[in-house]
Design a protein around this ligand. Structure first.
Ligand code: HEC
Length: 169
C-alpha cells in the first residue's frame, strides 16, 4: 500500500467514526426531547392520565373501606398513605378540567376527610372508621359534581369484592 492509500483509509475510518458518533448523539437528543415533550403533553393525554389516577384512587378507596370494615388498622393506615401519595401525584400532574385545577382542588377537598379518616383509625372503632370513610367518599363525589362528572358516584364496595387479598386481621 502506498502512502496515499494509507492516508485515505485512515481518513475513511475517521469519517465513519464521526458519522457513527453523530448518529448516537442525534438519538440521545431525540430521546431527551421526547421526554421533555412528555412533560408538556396535550390536554387530551393529561385527561387520560387523570382517569388513571382516579382509577388508582378508587382502587385504594375500596381497599381502605374493606380494611376499616375488618378493623385492620395497619392496613387502613397503609391505604390512607397510598391515597395521600396519589393526591400528590395529581398535584404534580397539573390536570385541568373545565378550568379547574384538579390538583389543588383534590388537596383542599380530601385533606379534611383524610385527616378525619386517620383520626378515626386511631380510635380503632369500626363505626367511627366507617363514617369517616363515608365522609371521604362524599368528598370524592363533591368534586365529581363540581367538575361536571356528577354521574361518577362512589359508594361503599361489596364486602367480598376482593377474594384474593385478606382484609381481616
Ligand atoms: C378534585 C376533584 C376530584 C376529587 C377530589 C376526586 N375526583 Fe375522581 N374524578 C375527577 C374528575 C375530573 C374525573 C374525570 C376524569 C376524566 O374525565 O377522565 C374523575 C373520575 C373518577 C372516576 C372515573 C374513572 C374510573 O376509573 O372509572 C372514578 C372511579 C373516580 N374519579 C374516583 C374517585 C375517588 C374514589 C375519589 C376520592 C377518594 C375521587 N375520585 C376524588 C375529579 C375528582
Amino acid at each position: 500500500m502506498n502512502k496515499a492509500a494509507i492516508a485515505l483509509s485512515i481518513l475513511a475510518l475517521i469519517l465513519s467514526t464521526i458519522a457513527i458518533l453523530q448518529m448516537v448523539g442525534l438519538r440521545e437528543i431525540e430521546m431527551a426531547t421526547s421526554s421533555a415533550e412528555d412533560m408538556f403533553r396535550p390536554a387530551r393525554k393529561a385527561e387520560e392520565r387523570l382517569t388513571v389516577q382516579m382509577e388508582r384512587l378508587h382502587h385504594f378507596a375500596d381497599k381502605l373501606y374493606l380494611s376499616t370494615y375488618w378493623e385492620n388498622t395497619d392496613l387502613a393506615t397503609f391505604y390512607v398513605n397510598k391515597i395521600e401519595g396519589i393526591i400528590e401525584d395529581i398535584s404534580f400532574g397539573q390536570y385541568e378540567q373545565n378550568g379547574l385545577e384538579i390538583g389543588a382542588l383534590a388537596r383542599d377537598m380530601l385533606r379534611g376527610p383524610l385527616d378525619g379518616m386517620a383520626a378515626s383509625i386511631q380510635t380503632e372503632e369500626q363505626e367511627a372508621m366507617e363514617s369517616a370513610w363515608y365522609e371521604l367518599a362524599a368528598a370524592c363525589n363533591d368534586c365529581h359534581a363540581v367538575a361536571e362528572r356528577e354521574y361518577i358516584q362512589i359508594e361503599a364496595p361489596d364486602k367480598g369484592m376482593y377474594t384474593s387479598q385478606r382484609f381481616m386481621k
